[in-house]
Design a protein. Structure first.
Length: 335
């Protein structure tokens, strides 16, 4: 697969090397504010003003959302988004764990996101308020799906994208184990490094609207023929209302509530516990990658990380403040 050699990529990769190179550091870094970052932070306030014909208006603000969902970055975020878009949802409404409760609408225990959509159909609860992606949910829609962002979708939802990003090495290793059947049967891949190379640039390709992630196409052998457009993907980060970090899920949800002016609910506890359980068992051994670093998704992640901590600082978030906003979560879980 060809490599991108632009000055932007080289600069960001150099910054990654300075951070150690063996893994993306997710502890709070010292970051310098730039005019571009401040403009991006301010844009979130501007796009909240609703049009008069907006079906998604709540308290004079639009609540339309496009869920940007990279594989292995936390389906549970959909619950937080759903309650934001429609505050009249029952507080207990959440993506179910189908291994613990009966999910009558889906054939697999791994389809909790579809079960949620059958319980709370988009046309009834979220009409015209979400990025409607083709899928196996009600009315052939699955708004949790792993779609690429087309130019039309980006224009329609600029400033309204919400999603989680994850350390590319950890995401690749998690994907290696989660998609083992497809990995072996379709691609004949047995080693972690080979799989990481195959899914290289997944987040960039999705955000730049180039291609669906191959993990979302389990019945088809996918071949990537284009170079991931890192420059376009980086520019589209300006279209996010909130871009969180899987490694700081609790703090990301706290930031979401601050940015959107919404209140904590008991569903937040379930989602945070779910993600904490996943993180606790999902600390993959990065030595299995034999030194491989994704040259596209890594700089994208680093830019998201920088913007994330700038937003945390901009809103003066502390463990104590987040605990007041989300009283069901221990202060120590936020930082």
């Amino acid at each position: 697969m060809p490599r991108l050699t632009s000055k932007l990529t080289a600069t960001l990769i150099a910054g990654y090397a300075l951070l150690g190179g063996d893994g993306v550091h997710v502890s709070k870094p010292v970051v310098k504010e730039t005019p571009q970052h401040m403009q991006a932070l301010a844009r979130g306030k501007e796009v909240k003003l609703a049009r008069k014909d907006d079906r998604c208006m709540v308290d004079g603000e639009t609540r339309r959302v496009a869920f940007f969902h990279i594989p292995k970055t936390g389906t549970s975020l959909g619950t937080v988004i759903a309650h934001y878009v429609n505050p009249s949802l029952p507080d207990e409404a959440a993506v179910p764990d189908c291994t613990r409760e009966t999910c009558s609408h889906v054939p697999s225990n791994s389809m909790g996101q579809l079960e949620f959509q059958y319980r709370y159909p988009i046309k009834k609860w979220f009409k015209d308020c979400l990025w409607e992606k083709a899928g196996d949910g009600p009315d052939s829609i699955d708004w949790f799906n792993h779609n690429k962002v087309s130019a039309e979708v980006y224009d329609d939802f600029t400033g309204r994208f919400v999603g989680m990003f994850r350390d590319p090495k950890q995401r690749a290793l998690s994907s290696f184990h989660s998609f083992a059947k497809m990995r072996v049967e379709l691609y004949g891949i047995e080693k972690e490094k080979d799989w990481a190379r195959l899914i290289e640039g997944t987040a960039v390709r999705m955000l730049a609207g180039q291609q669906f992630p191959l993990e979302a196409l389990p019945g088809t052998k996918v071949t990537y023929n284009s170079v991931p457009d890192l420059k376009l993907a980086l520019s589209r980060l300006d279209g996010f209302l909130v871009a969180g970090l899987v490694e700081h899920y609790e703090l990301s949800v706290c930031l979401f509530h601050v940015v959107t002016g919404t209140k904590w609910g008991s569903h937040d506890v379930d989602n945070m516990r779910s993600l904490k359980k996943v993180r606790g068992s999902d600390e993959w051994d990065e030595t299995r990658l034999k030194g491989y670093t994704d040259p596209f998704d890594t700089p994208l992640y680093l830019e998201v990380e920088k913007r994330f901590w700038l937003a945390v600082d901009s809103h003066h978030l502390t463990a104590e403040k987040c605990h007041k906003l989300c009283p069901g979560i221990d202060s120590s879980d936020f930082f």
